[in-house]
Design a protein around this ligand. Structure first.
Ligand code: S3P
Length: 184
């Protein structure tokens, strides 16, 4: 689908939510639909660290990963506006919560049980653990996601294109995403 006109993002849009919420897929889909850019923080981080996020956590521990993640988030906030998908634990670092509270943040909501159904290979997410641990982690994180959220979007039963459209409508309403009509 080609955009009807040129879209502009006025400020960066950060996607947060538990593992499996669809942050990367929705950010990517929006960018593709609108002819804009998306950045996946974990992918960028993995490139910099030389290993996947999960592998880095396994080798060096969660705290070491959080330091690198926070450094990258600080950088991303200064880049040209884009759709930025964050790792699910970005809100575990208090400085990130502070930063995100001042940004446009879309919270994609998903339960741990639904996330487990969506994630094909949980071994790539060492912090997911078993379902009991994942439920506890999701419950502990929920208030932090809520704290940073500018908007909350429930994801259950909604395919990625539907979610992308829903977020697009919200961002246009909020004046974060603008469309310049074609002149011809
Ligand atoms: C994490 C989520 C992962 C990744 C890392 C830690 C977490 O990203 O950053 O494994 O603590 O929730 P996704 O949310 O994209 O799976």
């Amino acid at each position: 689908m080609r955009p009807d006109g040129r879209y502009t993002l006025i400020r960066p849009v950060f996607f947060v939510g538990f593992m499996g919420a669809g942050k990367t897929s929705v950010a990517r889909r929006l960018a593709r639909n609108l002819g804009l850019s998306s950045v996946d923080a974990d992918t960028l981080l993995s490139r910099r660290l030389g290993v996947a996020a999960g592998e880095y956590i396994r080798q060096y521990g969660e705290s070491a990963f959080r330091v690198e993640e926070a450094r990258l988030l600080g950088e991303l906030a200064t880049w040209d506006p884009a759709f930025i998908s964050c790792g699910g634990g970005v809100i575990a670092t208090p400085a990130n919560v502070e930063l995100l509270r001042a940004q446009m943040v879309v919270y994609l909501e998903v339960s741990a049980d639904e996330a487990r159904r969506r994630i094909a290979d949980v071994s790539s997410r060492p912090l997911f653990g078993n379902i009991v641990q994942a439920r506890a982690l999701a419950a502990a994180r929920a208030p932090l996601y809520e704290q940073v959220a500018s908007v909350r979007v429930q994801t259950v039963g909604k395919p990625v294109p539907v979610l992308a459209r829903e977020v697009q409508d919200i961002l246009e309403r909020e004046g974060v995403l603008c469309q310049q009509p074609k002149s011809s």
